[in-house]
Design a protein around this ligand. Structure first.
Ligand code: ADP
Length: 482
């Protein structure tokens, strides 16, 4: 595709665009049309080593970049994103498929993380302890952890890197960034903006694209990479934990979710439906925070299901460049997974309340109709696995204890939602749910101001908020005697 932000389709190493060492490329598709829209450099292990070396040269420990300097980088990236929101959003829509407005909204969301980090960077300043343990004056410095590997998924091509890169730059850490092969163009657009509009030292940000196994191996094994921040599947997260264990690297992991969305009998059903639609169908249901199991009290399950089905049947699906509610799924295996979950649920006795029967679908494109099924049980695949698509599976429950038990009945612990008019119950249930984010009467997800991350197998660490800013620094204590 043509764009002023895609003049180079190479990696970026040490402040320059860099072709792959062996000249190999990979194709990027538009999921709405199936067309190849770009051929991008597929980089070698040597290219990744060069990127890490460039990062090591940019790292300053004895004479760190000042807070003011780092703040300037963050503000520069924020402004570049906001000023190019339309074009970055267009690129994002073309390779991911999400509706254009949503894609442009993601660019603004991403800019928010750079803005937050810039405004709160003083939190990373050193401080002296008021107490004088051992008769010394103690200063706590927040040192950059080192060169970091940032690995991002395709579902938020600019949002996910913004969370990591803003905190890494705030800390003064150079990074080697690897985007998902489905969506490298948005990352290239970001690098074009940083190259042209933000004055950062060569090697502070490096881009490598291509085979995950090749790039992942170098990032795990290279001793100069002291931290990896990864968002993606639990399966790959586990592999990274194993592959970095001998060097005891720091890992920040944001992994899968299986979010319960709990609607109690006293909830405002219309508000719950509206919030569920916004939460569930963002990105076509391909988000780790979207409701994956909708638990509705047995007294209201029918009424809630009817209201929901009416709204879902009215939703439009199509090319994100046109005026639609939902775009295509990212690829054939994503489509097949939704198809399998719906078929499996119906085969095992669930009821189709909105959408189309899987047997009616041709599977010739990636547009999956939004679907609601009720009567979900523990034996069904959609109860246990993350569907990552536009399926709303409803489970009914009879008591608060049962809702908590079913909600927690997953290895994951990323996001949960509960709808009730009773504030005491909300506090009780939120505390009992083992999830890093629990929305009460809202389906809203992460924001730059609040720490976000998973419990249990959903990950380690937090992104956003002051907690997120501290992920890329290490506290060093310097006691001084008299
Ligand atoms: P998804 O199912 O969302 O594609 P993945 O975990 O497969 O999730 O991918 C998330 C990111 O991790 C992508 O950038 C992908 O290329 C990368 N990735 C996949 N396998 C590895 C690996 N072994 N080492 C490092 N990165 C990997």
């Amino acid at each position: 595709m043509e764009s002023p932000l895609l003049k180079n389709l190479h990696g970026y190493v040490g402040g320059r665009w860099k072709d792959s060492g062996d000249g190999n490329t990979f194709d990027v598709f538009n999921p709405a049309t199936g067309e190849v829209i770009a051929r991008v450099a597929s980089m070698t292990a040597e290219d990744v080593n060069a990127a890490i070396d460039a990062g090591s040269q940019a790292l300053r420990l004895s004479n760190p970049y000042s807070l003011e300097t780092r703040k300037g980088w963050l503000e520069g990236i924020r402004d570049a994103l906001l000023n190019n929101k339309e074009e970055v959003g267009r690129i994002l829509c073309s390779e991911h498929g999400k509706p254009l407005k949503e894609a442009q909204g993601e660019v603004e969301y991403a800019a928010g993380f750079f803005d937050y980090a810039a405004k709160h960077i003083q939190a990373l300043d050193s401080h002296t302890l008021a107490e004088k343990p051992k008769d010394c004056t103690w200063t706590v410095h927040y040192r950059p952890i080192g060169v970091t590997g940032l690995i991002t998924p395709w579902n938020f091509p600019i949002g996910m890197i913004a969370k990591k890169l803003s905190a890494a730059l705030a800390a003064g850490c150079p990074s080697v960034i690897k985007p998902a092969s489905e969506t490298p163009l948005t990352m290239i657009a970001l690098f074009t903006l940083m190259d042209e509009q933000v004055d950062m030292p060569a090697g502070m940000v490096n881009l490598v694209m291509g085979k995950a196994s090749v790039i992942g191996k170098v990032l795990c094994e290279h001793p100069d990479v002291t931290m990896l921040s990864f968002t993606g599947s639990t399966e790959v997260g586990r592999k990274l934990l194993i592959d970095t264990s001998d060097q005891v690297k720091k890992l920040a992991l944001e992994l899968g979710g299986n979010a319960p969305f709990i609607v109690f009998e006293d909830a405002d059903l219309d508000a719950a439906v509206t919030n569920l639609l916004g939460n569930k169908f963002r990105g076509g249901g391909q988000t780790c925070v979207c409701a994956n199991r909708i638990l509705v009290h047995e007294k209201v399950v029918e009424a809630f299901g009817r209201k929901l089905a009416d709204k879902v049947n009215a939703m439009t699906v199509g090319d994100g460049m046109t005026d639609v509610d939902i775009g295509p799924l990212i690829n054939k295996s994503g489509y097949d997974k939704v198809h399998r979950h719906v078929s499996d649920a119906l085969d095992k006795g669930a009821t189709l309340m909105a959408g189309r029967h899987p047997s009616e679908l041709t599977g010739k494109d990636l547009f999956y109709p939004p679907t609601v099924v009720s009567g979900i049980t523990r034996e069904m695949a959609c109860y246990k696995e993350e569907t990552f698509g536009p399926l709303v599976p409803m489970v009914s429950f009879g008591s608060e204890d049962e809702a908590i038990k079913v909600g927690n009945d997953t290895e994951f612990g990323l996001a949960a939602y509960l709808f009730t008019a009773d504030s005491e119950r909300a506090q009780r249930v939120a505390a009992a749910l083992r999830f890093g984010h629990v929305g009460w009467n809202t389906g809203t997800g992460p924001t730059p101001e609040a720490p976000f991350g998973g419990m249990k197998a959903s990950g380690i660490g937090r992104e956003g908020g002051l907690e997120g800013l501290f992920e890329f620094v290490e506290a060093q204590t310097v006691p001084r005697g008299f």
